[in-house]
Design a protein around this ligand. Structure first.
Ligand SMILES: [Zn+2]
Length: 205
């Protein structure tokens, strides 16, 4: 990953679950199948508004802390020392959180998702490992790390472009990078959750 970008991005925000009053022992949510624990879980605000995607492991911690409850579950279970818990598919926070939209979503992963893993200059769809992020207006010339100035880019195009604007490099953007909107957010959640039917009614598709 482009280090300049890495430094320019804010750390990926998390839902602040508040001060851990009575921390949950990690061992209690440890499962034998790591893949299950990494599966995506849709997080709803107390108002049922979808706000984030997290992993099963973190969702279970939020549930054990009494911060969230499961709204939808899978048939599979994870076992803690004392009981079996259905693997959550959708959880809901029990008290309303104000989530600042702008700072939440800017990440390499989300930009690649928005751009469908497609280089925005040559149109090649590539695995994430073969894509970098390009500052349309180079940082050296005042370009910001923002949804509107970052696009998925293959290494060839990135090298060709260098510290120039697309016009100067003779490259053309496939489309203007869209700013973050609620629509983008929902779209990203749908992409992440497309295999999970239980997410549908919360994401309206
Ligand atoms: Zn390219």
């Amino acid at each position: 990953m482009d280090n300049r970008l890495k430094n320019g991005l804010r750390p990926r925000p998390r839902i602040n679950v508040g001060q851990a009053n009575g921390s949950v022992p990690r061992a209690s949510v440890r499962a034998s199948r790591p893949s299950v624990m990494q599966a995506p879980v849709l997080v709803l605000n107390a108002t049922f508004e979808p706000i984030n995607v997290t992993a099963v492991r973190r969702a279970l911690v939020l549930m054990l802390k009494g911060v969230a409850q499961a709204e939808e579950t899978h048939t599979s279970e994870v076992h803690s020392s004392s009981r079996a818990v259905a693997v959550p598919s959708v959880i809901r926070l029990l008290s309303y959180r104000h989530i600042p939209q702008q700072s939440r979503a800017l990440s390499r992963k989300n930009i690649l998702l928005r751009d469908r893993n497609t280089c925005q200059f040559c149109g090649q769809a590539l695995p994430a490992s073969e894509l970098t992020l390009d500052h349309v207006m180079p940082r050296s010339r005042g370009g910001h790390s923002s949804w509107e100035n970052l696009v998925a880019c293959c290494y060839d195009c990135n090298n060709r472009k260098g510290d120039r604007t697309p016009e100067e490099a003779g490259l053309q953007l496939a489309r203007r990078p869209r700013p973050f909107t609620l629509h983008t957010s929902r779209q990203l959640m749908r992409l992440i959750g497309h295999k999970d039917e239980k997410w549908r009614k919360y994401l309206f598709y």
